[in-house]
Design a protein around this ligand. Structure first.
Ligand SMILES: C[S@@+](CC[C@H](N)C(=O)[O-])C[C@H]1O[C@@H](n2cnc3c(N)ncnc32)[C@H](O)[C@@H]1O
Length: 342
């Protein structure tokens, strides 16, 4: 069930606001821009995919797929790429190929639709609902494409809608450009898998090792369940020594949990500002390491990590437990820290 509002971000891509979580999904300065600046560029995906035969990406909290799409655009097409997408909200996964995302590449959207269809059933009512309720926020060509598929009954006859079938339909009936055969193969080396459910339980069950992990959960202060030392420790079991975790978050409990687990931590600098975190077990993967000041900050009370040993606690309980840990801690407070350093 989608309980979200849409807004247009500064790069014309559509952003989402979750009424339940009281949090935005995407930066107002640009949802697609954020995916490139805070996830793809710091992960060095483009360079890595040029130098490797295969690459494995884990997209935690994939939502409507901005990081996924930016990864599809950035990965070298000769590199065999797998992308595992984890999210609780199946509606967002279904919406992903249709939303106005600022990407012109229609083949990417058709490819994504075929990948989503492989794993998730589209029902008639869902598609009618997105056409009726979200039309202004849908990519125009893809909106016409669903309308066509619905009117022709393709989505209700139980047909196998594979990639080349969708491609042919699109180029025969929606677009006038018949020169499509080559483009249809563009994403052949990429395999996407979707896992619907709480990432804490899902990741436990996936037996896979990743080169790059995108961690794009709601902010730690509002929903710390995927920022705990225990969840990060689970992620660590799915990494190689030179893998990287990339996130938009620069929160001190998150960074201190990474350091506690033995990660080398660095930051993403955008316009001279600290705008995110990169972590790896291998120091050579970190382009901009945390400064001495950043490390000292991690010894304050404010940096005490969130904990969830059973990987099942509610956000509220995790926050209460951390508040108790902070209250009984003899670490220096933030106020004392700031007095000492300024
Ligand atoms: C900030 S948004 C991520 C935006 C996303 N990367 C995109 O491109 O649209 C956070 C996402 O986390 C998902 N989420 C929240 N709690 C989760 C959990 N415990 N496990 C998996 N996904 C979760 C939400 O459904 C939402 O899609």
């Amino acid at each position: 069930m989608i309980v979200i509002d849409f807004y247009r971000t500064d790069d014309k891509s559509v952003g989402l606001y979750d009424n339940n979580a009281g949090d935005i999904y995407h930066s107002k300065s640009g949802a697609l821009k954020e995916a490139f600046e805070k996830f793809i560029n710091p992960s060095l995906l483009n360079t890595k995919s040029k130098n490797k035969d295969e690459i494995h990406i884990l997209d935690i909290c994939s939502g409507v797929g901005y990081n996924l799409k930016a990864a599809l655009l950035s990965t070298d097409k000769k590199c065999k790429t797998t992308i595992d997408c984890l999210d609780t909200n199946i509606g967002l996964i279904k919406l992903s190929p249709f939303i106005q995302d600022g990407i012109d590449d229609i083949d990417l959207k058709i490819y994504l639709l075929s990948e989503v269809i492989k794993e998730v059933n589209y029902d008639y009512s869902f598609l009618s609902k997105i056409l009726n309720s979200y039309a202004p926020f849908l990519c125009d060509d893809m909106r016409r494409f669903i309308e066509f598929l619905l009117t022709r009954g393709y989505l209700t006859k139980g047909l196998v809608l594979n990639r080349s079938f969708l491609h042919n339909i699109y180029y025969n009936y929606i677009s006038n450009n018949m020169n499509y055969t080559k483009k249809c193969n563009k994403y052949n080396n990429i395999n996407i898998r979707y896992f619907v459910g709480d990432a804490r339980q899902t990741l436990n069950k996936i037996n896979h090792i990743y080169d790059i992990v995108f961690l794009d959960a709601f902010s730690p202060q509002k929903d710390p369940v995927l920022w705990t030392v225990d969840f990060l420790s689970l992620i660590k079991t799915k990494l190689k020594n030179n893998s990287v975790i990339v996130s938009y978050s620069k929160s001190t409990p998150f960074r201190s949990a990474l350091v506690e687990l033995g990660f080398c931590a660095g930051k993403t600098i955008i316009d001279n500002k600290d705008m995110g975190t990169v972590a790896s077990l291998d120091n050579s993967q970190i382009s901009i390491p945390l400064s001495d000041y950043d490390y000292k900050l991690l010894s304050t009370r404010t940096a005490i990590p969130y904990k969830d040993i059973s990987l099942s606690l509610s956000a509220e309980q995790i926050i209460i437990n951390r508040n108790n840990d902070m209250a009984s801690s003899d670490r220096i407070s933030m106020t004392q820290f700031l007095k000492k350093y300024y």
